[in-house]
Design a protein around this ligand. Structure first.
Ligand code: ADP
Length: 405
């Protein structure tokens, strides 16, 4: 073996040209054919290496490299065939053939193993069809996107249109609100002036009627005395009506600036003091829970409680009036409740009773202004007032006002 490699390049055999009897034609044919084959074989591996380098995404690219080595080895055997025409270096020639065999056998084996995988690869026709499908899907998606863009633009246009219209109506509404507020102010001023000026003559009518009754009562018969009583009653009622109207017309928007802060316990006590006579007359039991500080003007809160407690006493049932006032925190507001055990209200009238001059029970004295006044006060503070009741089951009036900031 050592001897083989030592003499690897020794030309100690007969050159191959001798077998061809040095016939120039035959030698030329061999040389030309082997040279061209070798040249072609040497070109192929470089082309393959170039291809693999440029197309790193190629599947089985390692196979191209193996193929390149194999072809390079084949090319070298042909080059050796030219060399051995003149030089008897058959050891070197054998070694080159052995290397070619060693590279060709694994290439062939691997190529055979590769065939099923290569067969499974999509054919150019399949790829073309897939591509066509993809292209048509892309076109469809583009169309859909275009449609979505169009719908979006249409929606945006409509939203913009609506917003503009809303802004327009909002401005109209604000204008209307200003107008209503101005007319309300005018109306309040008018109501204030009218009720204030009318109260005085009415007071005088009531006063003189009383005087006539006292001084000349014995000179009238029963019928005339009854007339006088009716005049006095009507004058008193009108006076009450006017004073309630006056109170109603004087409810104004809370002033800007420091928001009010009122202790509801104080307002409750004041309301009870104002209702003292009626509470005593009816032997009413009035209790309360712990009441909060609220963002409502003191006189407004007192009026609210006075009206609601006063009504609860007035619209009593046969049993002793029991009234409970409480408040419960609801987010940034307080919900007050005034619960009684009185005659109750048919739910069908639960909204109507908050209207001006709306009364359900004309047998009791009243003007029908109290609840309208409560409604107006609560409205001023962005609150709400309502009643929960059933006939003969008592009533619970509830109202919501802001808590003291
Ligand atoms: P009024 O001066 O008649 O009391 P309000 O506006 O205070 O006027 O009340 C309107 C009507 O609502 C009353 O006439 C009465 O019929 C009814 N009402 C109010 N509060 C109660 C109550 N607590 N229980 C039963 N009915 C009530």
């Amino acid at each position: 073996m050592l001897e083989f490699f030592r003499r690897l390049f020794a030309s100690d055999f007969m050159p191959h040209g001798m077998c061809l009897l040095w016939q120039p034609g035959l030698i030329g044919l061999h040389v030309a054919s082997d040279a061209l084959t070798a040249l072609a074989y040497f070109c192929i591996p470089f082309t393959l290496v170039y291809l693999v380098k440029r197309r790193r995404d190629l599947v089985f690219n390692w196979m191209f490299v193996l193929f390149g080595v194999f072809i390079l080895a084949c090319g070298t055997t042909h080059a050796m065939s030219i060399w051995t025409l003149w030089h008897g270096t058959y050891r070197l020639d054998g070694l080159v053939k052995a290397i070619t065999a060693l590279s060709s056998v694994p290439t062939a084996v691997l190529l055979i193993q590769l065939v099923p995988q290569a067969v499974a690869l999509p054919s150019p026709e399949q790829l073309r069809r897939m591509n066509e499908r993809l292209q048509s899907e892309i076109a469809e998606r583009r169309l859909a996107e275009e449609e979505i863009r169009r719908i979006n633009a249409e929606l945006e246009r409509r939203v913009a249109e609506r917003t503009a219209k809303l802004e327009e109506s909002n401005q109209e509404l604000q204008k209307l609100n200003r107008l209503i507020r101005r007319s309300n102010d005018d109306l309040s001023q008018y109501a204030y002036a009218a009720s204030h000026d009318l109260r005085e003559p009415l007071r005088i009518v009531a006063l003189y009627t009383e005087l006539v009754e006292r001084r000349c009562g014995d000179r009238f018969d029963d019928e005339c005395a009854g007339f006088l009583r009716n005049i006095r009653g009507a004058a008193r009622h009108s006076e009450r009506l006017l004073s309630d109207l006056l109170a109603y017309s004087q409810i104004s928007d809370p002033e800007d600036g420091q928001p009010p802060r009122t202790d509801a316990n104080g307002s409750f006590a004041e309301a009870l003091a104002a209702l003292e006579v009626s509470i005593k007359e009816n032997d009413a039991l009035i209790t309360r829970g712990e009441l909060p500080h609220v963002g409502v003007h003191e006189s407004h809160l007192r009026q609210l409680l006075q009206n609601l407690i006063g009504n609860a006493v007035k619209y009593r049932s046969g049993s002793r009036p029991e009234i409970h006032v409480a408040a419960e925190r609801k987010d940034s507001t307080w919900e007050f409740s005034v619960r009684d055990n009185g005659i109750g209200i048919d739910p069908q009238y639960s909204t109507k009773i908050f209207g001006l001059f709306k009364r359900l029970d004309p047998s009791k004295p009243g003007t029908g202004i109290g609840l309208a006044l409560c409604q107006r006060i609560v409205d001023q503070y962005g609150g709400r007032i309502w009643v929960e009741s059933e006939p003969d089951k008592g009533a619970t009036f509830r109202f919501i006002v802001p808590h003291a900031g």
